[in-house]
Write a protein that binds this ligand. Structure first.
Ligand code: PMP
Length: 438
């Protein structure tokens, strides 16, 4: 054992972090409220990313804090299997009320990654329950992010997340991504690329539709740099999957809970999938919780056998955890009472104009936006991919704004409580940062 002091940084092996670099020059948050984090050296940092795309109502909101405090003292835990507690049912009803028509059941998980694994397993078990057990093939998309578990990295399309972990799940194909040069500097949904959905017909023809279980895509890919669906693209995916009896899963871990101005991207884009995976904004990021939303048809396929038998051999110790459920209900109350989804839709045009005013800042080669999410793509430095955007992240943090980078792309997704003045501050600070970069 090392002779460690409480504030030694070595023991915590940090996720998705350059550990050695971070520990040489750590950035620590010690408090947060509304739109701001407080750093360990007492500075205020404007949260331009809602934490990790999750704190949609901002930070330390009293209603949510109090609900958690109350619940932890009242019923801290209840077994999740063959037992229940009322809040998990109440939250489920509230969630399906927000979902598109026909999506009327939720299965609880603890994270986005677990929601993805759960949805993929439900898809396979659904076909088996209907006597089509040969439908096992899964289709994802290049540049898709579906969390970090084995199913998710298999259907996902991020090269670095896949290549160091060996051979992954068998029987997985990928659609091409939709990030094409014709769409540069589009405002909102881009015009070109709906035809890329037709690649699905090609993959299906190659294997036979009767072998394909599900297609999973992020309706708008967040983590890989805010890649928007071209107009008509999601509709086309829906038509093709429906025609072949293939389930369509939308990974709404980022787009869910108001980010695009509707409860879910499904409503924003007018396309209803068979399942939606969610997490993050479900509890405002306060307590880990995820949920898979499933259609009545999927749910009912499992409810055919003898009543005393377990219908789905799947679940987590913390599925529907009482404290998470309390946080979820208080979060939905906050979204509703403050009209935050509507607020997002109202602010979206202002956000769009502010973001696109960066088009003449140095190094900018593309800007993308939708709802209250946006990305600024920078010209990479030859031989040093990702360096320029990461330098921007470090400088931005020093100047008091939190942004996120993926490759050479800067992504922003502020809490939906952001004001117009704070949007200006975010964008103006970013402009200064970009213009100061080599
Ligand atoms: N799916 C999508 C679309 C995501 O954006 C994320 C997280 N960024 C995940 C899944 C994984 O969620 P988690 O980190 O909670 O496991």
């Amino acid at each position: 054992m090392l002779d460690a002091k409480p504030n030694d940084l070595n023991a915590f092996w940090m996720p998705f972090t350059a550990n050695r670099q971070f520990k040489a020059n750590p950035r620590m948050f010690t408090a947060a409220r509304d739109m701001h984090f407080t750093t360990s050296d007492g500075r205020q940092v404007l949260d331009g990313t809602a934490g990790l795309w999750c704190c949609n109502a901002g930070h330390c909101r009293p209603r949510i804090t109090e609900a958690v405090q109350h619940q932890v003292a009242e019923l801290d835990y209840a077994p999740a299997f063959q037992m229940g507690h009322p809040l998990a049912f109440e939250l489920a009803n509230r969630l399906v009320d927000l979902a598109p028509d026909g999506i009327d059941h939720v299965f609880y998980t603890n994270s986005g990654s677990e929601s993805v694994e759960t949805a993929l397993k439900i898809a396979l078990a659904y076909h088996r329950a209907r006597g089509e057990g040969q439908r096992t093939r899964l289709i994802g998309r290049e540049r898709g992010y579906h969390g970090v578990n084995f199913g998710g990295i298999s259907v996902g399309g991020i090269v670095n997340n896949r290549k160091v972990f060996g051979s992954l799940l068998a029987g997985v194909d990928h659609l091409p991504h939709t990030h094409i040069p014709e769409n540069r500097m589009s405002r909102g949904q881009p015009e070109h690329g709906a035809h890329l959905a037709d690649e699905l017909e090609r993959i299906i023809a190659l294997h036979g539709a009767e072998t394909v279980a599900a297609v999973i895509v992020e309706p708008m890919a967040g983590s890989t740099g805010v890649l928007l669906p071209p107009k008509g693209y999601l509709q086309r995916l829906r038509e093709i999957t429906a025609k072949h009896g293939i389930l369509l899963i939308f990974d709404e871990v980022i787009t869910g809970f108001g980010r695009l101005g509707s409860a879910f991207a499904a409503q924003h884009y007018g396309v209803t999938p068979d399942m939606m995976t969610t997490a993050k904004g479900l509890t405002n990021g306060v307590i880990p919780m995820g949920a898979v939303f499933a259609s009545g048809a999927i749910h009912d396929a499992f409810m055919q056998g003898p009543e005393h038998l377990i219908e789905l051999f799947h679940g987590y110790t913390y599925s529907g955890n009482p404290i998470a459920a309390a946080a979820g209900i208080a979060t939905l109350d906050t979204y509703r009472e403050e009209g935050l989804f509507e607020r997002c839709a109202e602010l979206a045009p202002y956000w769009q104009e502010a973001l696109h005013s960066l088009s003449d800042a140095r190094h900018v080669i593309d800007i993308r936006n939708e709802g209250l999410i946006g990305a600024v793509e920078l010209e990479p430095i030859a031989g040093q991919p990702t360096k320029r955007a990461f330098d921007a992240f470090l400088k931005a943090y020093d100047k008091g704004i939190l942004i996120r980078t993926t490759g050479d792309i800067i992504a922003m997704s502020p809490p939906l409580i952001i004001s117009r003045e704070q949007i200006d501050q975010l964008v103006d600070t970013l402009r200064d940062v970009l213009n100061s970069l080599d």
